[in-house]
Ligand binder design. Structure first.
Ligand code: MEV
Length: 421
């Protein structure tokens, strides 16, 4: 199904109208629509996901519009508690559309399983012996997950490193596993546990940890876009964004916040699809330090036309099958809204969203500052918190924004004045 993610006036529709619009566009059934309501997820589903469940914590579920990636339009579900994030992503995606949207690619979805081997006197010698047994080790690993192998995935390669540590020289084995559409933690952990005894036999060492690495640098996604200078607000804005990027590139204190903004987008999508937000965050931040210092996950340059060109590259261990993605009915709805058919396609959407989010933040920071956008929703929350209802929420909020005073005491006064009238 092809859709047009450029929906004019979407933000002005009511929640119900928005939901109806999206449902029509992607063909949600009434049952599927009802899964976007509160109380729709059966208790036993949640109870099977984690232990000691006593309830659940509803967060807002929004849709970022305007995304075009590799020539295809996407509606992007985002679960996030922060104001302005969804609007900012949609706005940046609209700017990118002018020059064709985002272009994204991925490596194969290869995860790393680590095996820590201790107590080896001749670690380099042992490392070579492991490599000599590669075929046998891969066969053993693959025998543990025939389904993954059937779908074209499975253990593909072995790398060995010698890592000096306070526990002596460690021989660290990396089992590289193509996880296809799964995030892969279960498959990889099963495999490394399964081949560990063989590693001990080959090396004469002692295996301790056998676990996936979240620095998934064999499972990378890349996205790029051209942001038209006029759409951005002119050459000064382009230059301002480049200077803002230079700050992130040079200073880890700024890079952390810069990358946090990227993850505002990515994590919201990861959550909406029932994927592991911590795995993605850990991978992203570790990858940001790959050059020996913590830097930006994005780059920006100016092209010959004076437009801004942006790129992003990071690990993206996402699944579209298995885990909570399969178990949580709302995660299934997210995949339906996205219309993605594979984990690599989902990764491409995530990277494009991250780049859009970053561009939007830099543009706001380099121009009017970030607070203006934030304050709109904040003012509405303050108005509601002092008892404004219906239309009065917007009226009180608007007045506070006009005055530049967004505080509960002022909200109370305005509400009193308006209700007196
Ligand atoms: C806020 O959630 C995210 C930003 O701080 C990101 C940034 O500074 O680039 C606005």
């Amino acid at each position: 199904m092809t859709i047009n993610s450029r929906i004019s006036g979407f933000k002005d529709l009511s929640v119900v109208e928005k939901r109806k619009k999206i449902a029509e566009m992607v063909g949600l059934t009434p049952e599927q629509i009802s899964l976007l309501n509160l109380d729709a997820v059966p208790r036993d589903v949640l109870g099977r996901m984690i232990e000691n469940v006593i309830g659940y914590f509803p967060s807002p579920y929004g849709i970022a519009t305007n995304f075009r990636i590799n020539g295809k339009d996407y509606l992007v579900p985002m679960v996030v508690e922060e104001a302005s994030v969804v609007a900012a992503a949609s706005h940046a995606a609209k700017i990118a559309r002018k020059k064709g949207g985002f272009f994204a690619t991925t490596t194969d979805p290869v995860m790393i399983g680590q095996i820590q081997v201790l107590d080896i006197d001749t670690p380099f010698f042992a490392a070579q012996k492991i490599i000599e047994h590669k075929q046998e080790l891969l066969e053993k690993a693959n025998s543990l997950d025939p389904v993954l192998v059937k779908f074209g995935g499975g253990a593909k390669d072995i790398e060995v490193r010698v890592v000096p540590s306070m526990a002596g020289d460690l021989v660290v084995v990396h089992l590289l596993v193509d996880c296809r559409d799964a995030m892969g933690a279960n498959a990889v952990n099963t495999m490394v546990e399964g081949i560990a005894p063989k590693i001990e036999e080959i090396t004469g060492g002692r295996v301790l940890l056998r676990i996936i690495s979240n620095l998934a640098d064999h499972r990378l996604v890349r996205a790029r876009a051209v942001f038209d200078k006029e759409e951005l607000g002119g050459e000064d804005v382009v230059d301002g964004i480049l200077e803002a990027y230079a700050f992130a590139d040079a200073d880890p204190y700024r890079a952390a916040t810069h990358n946090k903004g990227i993850m505002n987008g990515i994590t919201s999508l990861v959550l909406a699809t029932g994927n592991d937000t911590r795995a993605i965050e850990a991978g992203a931040h570790a990858y940001a330090a790959k050059n020996g210092y913590y830097g930006s996950l994005t780059t920006y340059e100016k092209n010959d036309d004076g437009d801004l060109v942006g790129t992003i590259e990071l690990p993206m261990a996402l699944g579209t099958v298995g885990g909570a993605t399969r178990a949580h009915p709302t995660a299934q709805i997210s995949l339906k809204i996205l219309g993605v058919t594979s984990a690599v396609e989902l990764a491409q959407v995530a990277a494009s969203l991250g780049l859009a989010q970053n561009l939007a933040a830099l543009r706001a920071l380099a121009t009017e500052g970030i607070q203006r956008g934030h304050m709109k929703l904040h003012a509405r929350n303050i108005a509601a918190s002092v008892g404004a209802k219906g239309d009065l929420i917007d009226k009180v909020a608007r007045k506070m924004i006009e005055e530049g005073i967004i505080r509960t005491d002022r909200a109370e006064e305005i509400l009193k004045e308006l209700t007196k009238e």
